[in-house]
Design a binder for this molecule. Structure first.
Ligand code: LLP
Length: 404
């Protein structure tokens, strides 16, 4: 049975810690990780949790305990992963657009690195030659993902070394004796269609013969999870079967380990964002339900037109009232237009589902609002894992050079 927190549990947590509140359910993460392990049990596969989705140190530690590795997208994520207790050989840094000094630092920390440009690959070769194996991120020219903003493998994407530049990669490899041990792609997020991953594998298979020291093929993340009723997730068993088939049939690839970097798949559904209804405003255009939050706390609806299921947990019952759920930010911050909810009154608790991935992590202090608290539920016990901001946090790092 799928792991879930009940409305009663969520209401009690809101009562105890206040709102707006992010709640994460550790057992749901365990369940999702278990699905991956089970599906890929017959393939030599390693999963690197793409921690950009949610970096709370306790989430990182839970991942580590499960046996996941970690994928980072900045040197500070690398440092958080080290702080969480991951050994450097379980940390992957997939960089893009970064200064070479950051790559040098990652190398000094001993983590695994994927390089995303010819420019940094050349600097890497000049500095380290053959001494430190490295991966390259390639852009396979595949359109994939839920929408263009989260599609990263197509011909106009900034990510990766375009696949047509493999000859230049080879030149650099030969000139500086660079040891390339990993070929990486990540084509987007919310990818339901297994064939997208297959296309990526085929693109990489074509170029394998150019790389004589390969050990890994890294297919990135992007697995889809259900956001709406009736949605489904990427069929992991179908993907695993196909991957096993393709890799075992390929003479060179059959010796390679396969890597994935799931973010959403592991943490989206573990997260609940609980808000309180501040104001109800009836207008001819809509019945606005304004909650004590905004895109400063959950930006996905405004940024990607993302759909988050919302439930009024204070009034369980038929969802028969059409509302527009908005925030309290001094800018349009609509969470949902014309959404059916059970009848809402001021003071009710509205829960946003799928709030674990890219929720808190993309939050800000816009309008000088506090960032929410975060709670982790593990073994039925709630732990406060981040305090709500307080006023002093808004002044932290500001230097008061002018008199009041
Ligand atoms: N690997 C790399 C190199 C990535 O850039 C990403 C996500 C992942 C793995 C993990 O992808 P996932 O499994 O989470 O789909 N903020 C957006 C998603 C942006 C994803 C960025 N890169 C959202 O909220 O939909």
């Amino acid at each position: 049975m799928s792991q879930k927190l009940t409305s009663q549990q969520l209401s009690a947590l809101a009562q105890e810690y206040g709102t707006p509140l992010y709640v994460y359910h550790a057992e749901k993460i365990t369940e999702q990780f278990g699905k991956l392990k089970q599906a890929f049990r017959n393939t030599d596969t390693v999963f690197f949790y793409a921690c950009k989705a949610l970096t709370n140190i306790n989430i990182l530690r839970h991942m580590k305990a499960l046996g996941a590795n970690v994928d980072c997208s900045s040197i500070n994520e690398v440092k958080l992963a080290l702080h969480a207790g991951f050994p450097s050989n379980r940390i992957l840094y997939t960089s893009n657009g970064i200064s070479f000094s950051e790559i040098r630092e990652a190398k000094e920390l001993g983590v695994i690195i994927n390089i995303d440009s010819l420019s940094n690959l050349e600097k890497f070769g000049q500095a380290f030659g053959h001494s430190y194996p490295v991966g390259i991120r390639l852009r396979p020219n595949i359109m994939a993902g839920g929408n263009i903003k989260i599609s990263t493998g197509h011909e106009r994407s900034k990510f990766g070394i375009p696949i047509e530049h493999v000859p230049q990669v080879k030149d650099l490899m030969e000139r500086y004796k660079i040891c390339i041990h990993n070929l990486h792609i990540h084509t987007g997020s919310d990818i339901k269609d297994v064939s997208v991953f297959i296309k990526g594998i085929e693109v990489l298979f074509d170029i394998i013969p150019h790389f004589h020291e390969l050990k890994f093929i890294d297919l990135g993340g992007g697995f889809k999870v259900p956001y709406q009723e009736g949605d489904s997730e990427t069929d992991m068993n179908a993907l695993a079967t196909k991957v096993a088939e393709l890799f075992s049939a390929h003479p060179a690839a059959s010796k390679l380990q396969v890597w994935f970097e799931p973010g959403k798949f592991l943490v989206s559904e573990c997260g609940y964002f609980i808000t309180t209804v501040n104001v109800i405003k009836e207008t001819p255009a809509a019945r606005f339900v304004a909650v004590d939050s905004g895109f400063n706390h959950l930006i996905r609806p405004m940024f990607y037109d993302a759909y988050h299921r919302i439930e009024n947990i204070s009034n369980p019952g038929p969802e028969e009232q059409v509302c527009s759920v908005v925030g309290n930010i001094c800018e349009t911050d609509t969470f949902a237009w014309d959404r059916r909810l059970s009848p809402v009154k001021e003071g009710d608790l509205l829960v946003f589902y799928n709030a674990g991935a890219y929720g808190f992590e993309m939050s800000s202090n816009f309008n000088a609002r506090f960032k929410p608290a975060e709670v982790l539920v593990l073994d039925g016990k709630a732990h406060l894992v981040r305090k709500r901001d307080e006023f002093s946090d808004l002044l932290r790092n500001q230097l008061e050079v002018l008199p009041a």
